[in-house]
Every structure is written in structure tokens, then in C-alpha cells.
Design a protein. Structure first.
Length: 329
């Protein structure tokens, strides 16, 4: 089976690696994002999928700014794909590409569709408090993640999973599941199951500002926010202005935290965001419901540190309050 592969991320590279291991599948072309400036010196750098394709000496490698450009479409058509495989590619495909190959375009999506359609399904699964998620292989259509389901695989969500950790596992699961789906396609045993659109949920693209912690939310939700936005965009808060050195923002990333159920009903008169207790691990902060222990933090311009080291270097005391606005006192 002749495959044109489209992808850009590390997860894409993992799926491409799995496909290349199958003797029944032949990758006849790879379509990736163009090289982008990266690092301090803004050096043009290939995406992980292109870097892997180059390492394996795959050809051709096509890097269009616009994949639906007629010249690009014709270049892909000339490769005569039986199926186009798409994993975290980053561009929307139009009808001409979707219908080009006899088996269409199939996509690996990191949720159990129709739940968490859209741009950030891994983050949304953690934010929603889901206990399981997974990978869905689907036949693509012109809408966002609405195509028929071809194959699924389930992955549990651990109570301390960050989005980065969960994504690493889903990348491996997605690679294995896509390879299995393609093998079933080769022997004609891949079934199409329409999605139940009435129970669909949607995940929008995450913004950097989404990481700002709202201390009026319950401790469990704040904990999920911290895990869901690790590594990007990062959950953050601010030290009050009167505790900050002139010229500094007071911004602090919260890298790891744990809600403390045994103290759920303590400190009823303490304002959300205020330090209500200092433990050997670091500050324990009041939220809209319950309290949360801050285990690992990173002030702007500094390295990550544990809660105790943070208080030593950036003194805060019981009653001092983390705030959502850097100008608050």
C-alpha cells in the first residue's frame, strides 16, 4: 500500500517510524511544515517529522506553506497514494486532497472521539477530570474531527499526569494503533463507524493567557490546570507588587502542586490565593474550595525550585497572597 504521510510533531515522527517497520506499507512521500526559526539565534530548524524523514532518507519531502496550493496538490497526486495518513500536521486539507487517494485521508486524533474534537484534546481531557482518554483513527472529511471512526485504543489518565507525560504515551499508542489500522486496511478488514455527533465536545486552541491561575476555583480544578498546561503554556500567578523588586514582574510558574483533601474545610476565612500554611514542602495556598500545596515553582528569570527554596529566595509569609494581576498589592 502506497502512503503519503503528513505530519510535523514528535508524535508524527513516532507514527512514521511505526509505519516504516511494516513490510506491507510503502511511504512514497512525506509532507511536513517548512523549517521555522528556533532558539536564541533564530536558526531555521526542521520540525521533528521532517528531521526523522531526512534521517531515514525518505523522498520526496514536501514542505509547503499552503498544502492546498494547486501545484502542491498535483505534486502529491503524482505520487499515486493509496491512502494519505495525517498526524498533527497543522494545516487543514480541502476536498481535493481528502478525496485524492482511493482510501482517502486517515487521521490519528488524541482523544476518544467524538469527545474532545479540536486543537487541544490532551489538555482538555486533563482539565475535564477524565479518567481515561485514548487515540482514534478516523477517516477525514471536510469538518473538524467529524469523520467515521476506524479504530480506537484506550489510555488511562493518572492522577499526577501532566499533558506532556500523557502526550508522550499517546504518541506511542497512536503510532501502534495507526500501524494496526493500516494493516487491517490492506486486508480489507477495517470497518467505518459513524460518530454520534449529538455527544461531541470541542477543544479550542490553547492561548498563553489560559495558564493564569484563578485562585477562586476549587483546588482540584487548579491542580488539573497546572497539569494540563505543562509544558505549554504553563500555569502561572503573580506575587503581590509590594513584595517584588522594582522592575520585576512577580510572575511565577507553578510546575507541580497537590490539593490537600484532609485540609479541605480548614481556613474558611482566608482569601483565595493567600498562603494559609507553610509546610516542609513549601506554601499551602487557599483556593475557592480547599487548599493546594505548591511543590515546584519557577519565578521569572530563575530556575525551577522546590517550594521551600522558593520561600527562601522569594520570601512570602502566612497571609501573603498570590494574585492574578501583577499590579495588585
Amino acid at each position: 500500500m502506497r502512503i503519503v504521510f503528513m505530519g510535523s510533531s514528535q508524535a508524527s515522527a513516532a507514527t512514521l517510524r511505526a509505519i516504516l517497520k511494516s513490510p506491507f506499507l510503502k511511504v512514497v512521500g512525506v509532507v511536513t511544515q517548512p523549517d521555522r526559526p528556533s532558539g536564541r539565534h533564530r536558526k531555521l530548524t526542521p520540525c521533528p517529522c521532517k528531521a526523522y524523514a531526512e534521517e531515514r532518507k525518505l523522498s520526496p519531502i514536501i514542505t509547503p506553506e499552503k498544502v492546498n496550493d494547486p501545484a502542491v496538490v498535483e505534486q502529491i497526486r503524482s505520487l499515486k497514494p493509496d491512502v494519505i495518513v495525517v498526524v498533527a500536521f497543522g494545516q487543514i486539507l480541502k476536498k481535493e486532497l481528502l478525496e485524492m487517494a482511493p482510501h482517502g485521508c486517515i487521521n490519528g486524533h488524541f482523544s476518544l472521539l467524538p469527545k474532545h474534537r479540536g486543537a487541544a484534546p490532551v489538555q482538555d481531557a486533563i482539565l475535564s477530570g477524565d479518567e481515561v482518554t485514548g487515540v482514534t483513527i478516523m477517516r477525514m472529511d471536510e469538518q473538524m474531527d467529524t469523520g467515521d471512526i476506524l479504530l480506537t485504543a484506550i489510555e488511562p489518565i493518572c492522577s499526577d499526569d501532566s499533558a506532556g507525560e500523557l502526550m508522550d504515551r499517546l504518541a506511542i499508542l497512536g503510532a501502534v494503533t495507526m500501524s494496526k489500522a493500516l494493516k487491517l486496511m490492506v486486508v480489507g478488514q477495517l470497518k467505518r463507524i459513524p460518530q454520534d455527533h449529538s455527544i461531541a465536545t470541542y477543544s479550542r486552541k490553547m492561548l498563553k493567557t489560559d495558564g493564569l491561575i484563578d485562585w477562586s476555583r476549587p483546588a482540584k480544578e487548579i491542580n488539573r490546570t497546572i497539569r494540563a498546561f505543562d509544558p505549554w503554556p504553563g500555569a502561572y500567578t503573580f506575587r503581590p507588587k509590594h513584595l517584588c523588586r522594582p522592575g520585576t514582574s512577580g510572575r511565577v510558574k507553578i510546575l507541580e502542586a497537590h490539593d490537600v483533601p484532609e485540609l479541605m474545610d480548614d481556613f474558611p476565612d482566608v482569601q483565595p490565593g493567600a498562603i494559609c500554611l507553610i509546610s516542609p514542602m513549601g506554601p499551602i495556598v487557599k483556593t475557592g474550595k480547599g487548599v493546594i500545596a505548591l511543590i515546584s515553582l519557577q519565578p521569572d528569570g530563575s530556575r525551577p525550585m522546590d517550594g521551600k527554596s522558593f520561600l527562601n529566595g522569594y520570601p512570602m509569609h502566612i497571609g501573603d497572597r498570590f494574585v492574578s494581576n501583577p499590579d495588585e498589592e
